[in-house]
Design a protein around this ligand. Structure first.
Ligand SMILES: [Zn+2]
Length: 241
């Protein structure tokens, strides 16, 4: 039995600087369009704690069409207008910050304002390196130290994680659990989850060319199944070598 709960994966909202990957920037107007489409389709925003409750069967029932909006590599100045748009449309969000990036990390005042506005602060590790390439000790430092730094800055618990580059394996899931996280999002595509996926939740990538028609398709059963099949075939090919 799997749970229908699309987790949208955004990076930055706005116009990319010349040295940034344009694919990771969704124009502000398009983002507002997404919020309107989601509302029109009857989606209601939830936070990651509700995901835990739903997957462990310990919480209140989810809305019929729940959606979680996540932002990786969230950075200080660019994120404020995003929060305004989210608040206007009535959607909470989860933003994953790179704790060791002093330039991008918002000030304590800004972080606590985000929390007040309904943003859940999550960790995107300390230095944004692919975890599977690191030693056990380095992975532990990335997960534990980032969590402590963000908790000190945000003045509240940080219990949700996004793996940089979607790089994780069974070791990373185990260390994330030991480090006190309650969920971790990956870059596996899909919009449904099984209880065992709580440390490798699937997401729906949103790009600049994702219009409402595409978004509606990504939120459907066919798109999910296509990706599960592709993933299974990839794993089989790898296993067969
Ligand atoms: Zn990232």
């Amino acid at each position: 039995m799997s749970l229908y709960l699309p987790i949208l994966m955004y990076h930055q909202i706005g116009v990319p600087a010349a040295d940034h990957k344009p694919d990771l920037f969704v124009p502000a107007e398009r983002f507002r369009e997404h919020l309107k489409c989601l509302t029109d389709m009857g989606f209601r925003g939830i936070g990651p704690d509700a995901v835990v409750a739903a997957l462990t069967g310990t919480g209140a029932k989810l809305p019929e069409r729940p959606v979680l909006l996540t932002f990786d590599d969230a950075s200080a100045p660019a994120f404020a207008p995003v929060i305004e748009a989210l608040a206007a449309a009535g959607f909470p969000a989860t933003a994953y910050f790179v704790a060791g990036d002093e330039e991008a990390l918002p000030s304590r005042t800004a972080l606590s304002a985000y929390v007040q506005a309904g943003v859940t602060i999550g960790s995107h590790c300390l230095t944004h390196r692919p975890l599977t390439s690191l030693s056990d000790e380095a992975v532990r430092a990335e997960l534990v130290d980032s969590r402590f730094r963000l908790e000190a800055a945000a003045g509240g618990p940080v219990e949700h994680l996004a793996y940089p580059f979607g790089s994780y394996g069974s070791r990373e899931k185990q260390i994330a659990r030991e480090a006190g996280y309650r969920t971790a999002v990956s870059t596996r595509r899909g919009n449904r989850h099984r209880p065992g996926d709580i440390f490798c939740l699937r997401r729906v990538p949103v790009r600049p060319d994702t219009d409402c028609r595409k978004l509606a398709r990504y939120l459907g059963a066919v798109w999910h199944c296509e990706h599960v099949v592709k993933e299974t075939l990839r794993l089989e090919r790898r296993g067969g070598k």
